[in-house]
Ligand binder design. Structure first.
Ligand SMILES: Cc1cc2nc3c(=O)[nH]c(=O)nc-3n(C[C@H](O)[C@H](O)[C@H](O)COP(=O)(O)OP(=O)(O)OC[C@H]3O[C@@H](n4cnc5c(N)ncnc54)[C@H](O)[C@@H]3O)c2cc1C
Length: 323
């Protein structure tokens, strides 16, 4: 049986946090199985990043100018070629926007099973037992998959490995011929207009979910946010409904935020939402359903009705009763 291959995501030369989380998961599996951990980094010049991946036993580095900016076609070709060449028993990808592209593509190209939305992995003989949060976090499914197999891990599920615990062995791999015949070309990146709010820089965020009910009720949360000196944000349904602008969306397809304070009001805590906010320093959840997954990441929580709590909190803050 082969080893563990970890797919490393980078953006503008920075290793994405989910990739460091995967290295932690891989080390746990390696400890239980005796397998080696190989990290695959494909970039225009991967050497500097490769040297920071000391948590892996070996780094496989593929260099080609077409690898940056990211296109799924180029990266999928390299990943599939590497899996065919190295024949790992376990492939780990982050279930980020990039992993959503690559993991199913890899499964189809290599004929290997794919287990998605994993939050926990454990070695089980010639298989891996995976826990996945499915249906927007409402159901926890446990699967046992015979190796070789691919696992796509939800960001925020593991602690991040240190960037440079030790200098790893680096093996340069030649890119496959397919990389010179790509049909996809990166055209441009759409950035928010100048002056638009940048939630990633906010220290305090009050995020409303579908529980807020309608557009008019957003004003209740905005009043509390103003009294707290917080930015208002929304879960995806709130943005899709047009109750708040897109730049205020938190989650997989919105902003990834790390404020000192994150209040989630009427947000269920689906994995795609948690991906954008579980790194916040202090999370307070207001949700009338005690079983809502948001309570799994919250430091403090209440099952109060948000329509009782938010106005009362707003009044208290305005009268100087809380700081
Ligand atoms: C590819 C993909 C990308 C996605 N990207 C994102 C993303 O970027 N961001 C994101 O948020 N989601 C994203 N989603 C959607 C995600 O799966 C969930 O559907 C979404 O997060 C649910 O939003 P919610 O928590 O606001 O709504 P719901 O899941 O409907 O939860 C509403 C919550 O409000 C509570 N509630 C209701 N009334 C009250 C009340 N009066 N007082 C207190 N609590 C109340 C309920 O108990 C419930 O838990 C994505 C999904 C996919 C497939």
């Amino acid at each position: 049986m082969g080893d563990i291959l970890v797919h490393i995501e980078t953006r503008a030369g920075a290793i994405q946090p989910v990739s460091l989380e995967l290295l932690t998961a891989a080390r746990e599996l390696a400890g239980a199985t005796g397998m080696k951990v190989e990290a695959l980094i494909a970039a225009a010049s991967p050497q500097e990043v490769a040297a920071r991946l000391g948590a892996a036993d070996r780094v496989l580095a593929v260099a080609h100018p077409a690898l940056e900016p990211y296109t799924p076609e180029a990266h999928a070709a390299i990943l599939a070629e590497t899996v065919r060449g190295r024949d790992p028993a376990i492939v780990l990808l982050g279930y980020s926007s990039v992993g959503l592209d690559l993991a199913p593509n890899l499964a189809v190209r290599t004929g290997r099973p794919l287990v998605s939305y994993c939050v926990k992995l454990a070695a089980a003989g010639d298989a891996v037992e995976a826990e996945s949060l499915v249906y927007g976090g409402k159901l926890r499914a446990t699967t046992k998959t015979k190796l070789p197999a691919i696992f796509a891990v939800t960001p925020g599920s593991y602690a991040e490995a240190q960037e440079s615990a030790a200098l790893p062995e680096i093996l340069d791999l030649a890119p496959p011929a397919a990389i010179d015949k790509l049909r996809t070309a990166f055209v441009s990146e759409t950035k928010p207009p100048p002056g638009a709010i940048d939630l990633t820089q906010a220290d305090r965020i009050l995020c409303v979910g579908r529980g807020i009910g309608d557009k008019d009720s957003i004003a209740i949360a905005e009043e509390v946010a103003a009294a707290l000196g917080a930015e208002i944000a929304g879960s995806r349904p709130v943005i899709d409904a047009g109750w708040l602008p897109k730049e205020r969306q938190v989650g997989k397809s919105g902003c990834k935020v790390k404020p000192k304070l994150y209040i989630a009001a009427g947000v269920s805590g689906a994995p795609e939402h948690l991906e954008g906010m579980s790194a916040a320093e202090l999370i307070i959840a207001i949700n009338s359903d005690a079983k809502a997954p948001i309570f799994g990441v919250a430091h403090y929580g209440t099952t109060c009705d948000l329509f009782d709590l938010l106005p009362a909190l707003g009044e208290r803050l305005k009268s100087g009763g809380a700081g």
